[in-house]
Write a protein that binds this ligand. Structure first.
Ligand code: GTP
Ligand code: MG
Ligand code: ZN
Length: 282
């Protein structure tokens, strides 16, 4: 046990919750014996951080987890179009925070694969896995976690806990019962680091609404790797691809080289980000 008390080295970062699940720490042993107790003296340099703006102090960021490698974005195979805005937000978060994203379309037992793949056509730049936690069909997914620390994100009820249980028999995460509205119940109440498929998975409650933090509007599209070629045709380096003249992205959407839906969702995300920043007063 290493209770967090007193002050310790924290660097110059302005943030609350100094220690996050996934941190590497140094500690000194205070009390040996049956129930040894230590005190944390230092937090190791973080490779990556998963953060959101602090719920009570929106100009500060709250670190939800540290040293994550993979962001596993889980969606259900049914009503995919309703989940793509979440997917796009999470992709921006992953790319802007240095995590490798992968998309898992779960509940494949409920729809034909070809149909589901057609719905996911705009995401060929990203690794997409098709699974059914229910029937134990996991494809190449299990091999991807060795030596990595992962976080599963996605809407409630899509099968994140079910997948983790399938990937690590004996993990025993609670699986929510879907209620009448089709929404799962949130069962995760505290953050934990668990062994999974040769690596670790971090299960943390805040992950539901984590997001990118403090990105300039023109930066958002930098985290659309599939738009790179089109973006290079834009006249202005800070183009936000809305109203600017000579915009390569808009041209590519009009000529159907880029997906119309993904572009519309980009505009939604841009608007949301702008509103958020207005209300916080950046
Ligand atoms: N048909 C089908 N049902 C599934 C599958 N995977 C999970 N479920 C069911 O979907 C419901 C929700 O599963 P969970 O694993 O609790 O979902 P979750 O994403 O962890 O949900 P939250 O913890 O609320 O965010 C449960 O009733 C599962 O039995 C699947 O592959 N196919
Ligand atoms: Mg769950
Ligand atoms: Zn542009």
């Amino acid at each position: 046990m290493c209770p967090v008390r007193g002050k310790f080295k924290q660097g110059k970062r302005k943030q609350r919750s100094p220690i996050a699940v996934g941190d590497d720490v140094s500690f000194t042993l205070i009390q040996a014996g049956d129930q040894p107790e230590g005190q944390i003296s230092e937090i190791g340099e973080r490779r990556t951080e998963l953060y959101r703006s602090h719920p009570r102090f929106p100009r500060q960021r709250q670190v939800l987890a540290a040293n994550i490698d993979l962001l596993v974005i889980v969606i259900g195979a049914e009503r995919i179009d309703e989940q793509l805005l979440t997917v796009d937000r999470l992709l921006i978060s992953a790319y802007s925070q240095g995590l490798t994203p992968m998309i898992v379309v779960n509940k494949l037992d409920l729809r034909p694969l070809a149909e589901v793949q057609a719905d996911m056509a705009a995401y060929s730049h990203c690794e997409v896995f098709y699974t059914s936690a229910e029937t134990g069909v996991l494809g190449d997914l299990p091999g991807r976690f060795r030596g990595k620390t992962s976080v599963f994100a996605g809407q409630s009820g899509v099968g994140k806990s079910s997948l983790m249980n399938a990937l690590q028999p004996g993990l025993g995460l609670r699986v929510g019962v879907v209620d009448r509205e089709g929404e799962g119940k949130h069962t995760t109440t505290h953050a934990s680091l668990l062994p999974m498929a040769g690596g670790y998975v971090i299960d943390t409650p805040g992950v539901r609404d984590f997001g990118f933090w403090n990105l300039e509007l023109h930066e958002i599209s930098l985290y659309y790797p599939d738009w790179k070629a089109a973006r290079e045709q834009c006249k202005f380096a800070t183009c936000t691809h809305r109203h600017e003249p000579h915009c390569g992205v808009k041209a590519a959407v009009e000529s159907h080289e880029l997906d119309q839906g993904r572009y519309q969702r980009y505009l939604t995300i841009l608007r949301e980000t702008w509103n958020q920043q207005e209300s916080v007063g950046y």
